[in-house]
Design a protein around this ligand. Sequence first.
Ligand SMILES: Cc1cc2nc3c(=O)[nH]c(=O)nc-3n(C[C@H](O)[C@H](O)[C@H](O)COP(=O)(O)O)c2cc1C
Length: 503
Amino acid sequence: MAVRKGNLDSICPLAERMFLSFVSLSVSEHTTKGMTVNTPALCFRSKKILAPMVRVGTLPMRLLALDFGADIVYCEELIDIKMVQCKRVVNEVLETVDFVAPNERVVFRTCVREKDCVVFQMGSADAERALAVAKLVENDVAGIDVNMGCPKEYSTKGGMGAALLSDPDKIECLEDTISLVKRIEKTGVAAIAVHGRKKEERPQHPVHCEVIKAISEAVSVPVIANGGSHDFIKEYTDIEAFQQAAGASSVMIARAAMWNPSIFRREGLCSLKEVMQEYIKYAVRYDNHYTNTKYCLCQMLREQLETTEGKKLHAAQSTQEICEVFEMGSFYEETTAILEAKASLKAKTQDEDEQMEDTDVIKMAVRFDKREYPPQITPKMYLLEWCRKAKHPQPVYETVQRPLDKLFCSVVTVAEQKYRSTLWDKSKKLAEQAAAIVCLRTLGLPEGKLNEGENHLINKRKRENEEFLNNKEHEDDHLVEASHKRAHFTEGASDSSSSEVPQ
Ligand SMILES: Cc1cc2nc3c(=O)[nH]c(=O)nc-3n(C[C@H](O)[C@H](O)[C@H](O)COP(=O)(O)O)c2cc1C
């Protein structure tokens, strides 16, 4: 089922109340440039699933859960308002796709390894926004989930999470639960995940397997049982026991996986030390923020937080310090050195590629510095004015932004010749001015600089020499004509500058 407006529109008002914790909408078709391409559908039968967990369900935890045997992994709940502001960026160094906020923070990072099994969970109380977020991520994830179960205030106060299930009078009534689930089923969702607790119950309360079972029997879409970490699931074999008790198609695990993600391992749990080291490897490899890494490791350490190791972890203020606590200092150095080398190689090859590509572009290493110009005078203005006088079409600027460092480079076309600076700038405006300078300097034209007088004369002399050589060597009528035009304009400008300076 592709995410369509109709589905999301109808789910929000439909979700009126009760036990139901969250609803999974699965995307099994991906759209690319208006075409629908079929990909293998995300199947929710007999699956062991990492549950959505705020702060815990970031990329390192998801990858580790997959390594240990999870079939499907949910990301932490991400709020639609935050997500709609994000830009999708391909991170070539980390080999990830990043959704980056305007303040440059990575809100959601994913990679090809999890593409067919990661479900994106969003918090939303607005169908339009939910749709926009679904569209933004749909080609990078296997499914979309709308959180209808979170009882925490940060979700419910915005009308999200369990607030979508909002009628307290009917919360006790199983019949209403069943009729709600049936209505949700009709919207075409691929699966329904049920956290078997009431909104006001806490995680330590017993899970209501009988309610999950009744829901499973009432609908034909797969039901995913959730809520078993405290009472049921201590090791791998308990997962199946919970699935049977709940009569569900699949099982979703949160806390048991947060404490030790090797819960998904068929052969049994691994030691916490081993698990934490594997987690740290992913955290370093994918440049996870150290505060997030620290939080997840603290959840794993639990009672051991008071040990020497726990205290050191608590005090760590960087990924490197975290690595040192777990005797992984050399792993950190080796991995970051590889990533840094990759980043600089990438930047270098990118520059080289560009140099190769645009052999017909005249280049110089220049930057525009506003302090070198009188107020309100810019090289772009000078270039425009010269084009008008020389009866050339006005300059055309094309600007590109480099993904790696987000710097800009502009190419200006004047009289069918392209010019650009080899130095990349912080803004499009600066890049355009730099390109204009390259053009003006190549043609020996004034740029409007405060100390123009001297440079101007030097340029003029240079130009006359070049013209002489050109005329002699090439006897090219067209070039001769162009050179005369330039000489004429420059002479005019130096003699009576007031009439030539653009207004
Ligand atoms: C640290 C933590 C964060 C959670 N964050 C989310 C979340 O982002 N979205 C969500 O739907 N549920 C969230 N939950 C609820 C869990 O997904 C799950 O429904 C609940 O913990 C019951 O499952 P369990 O018994 O396996 O722990 C969170 C739970 C924990 C412990």
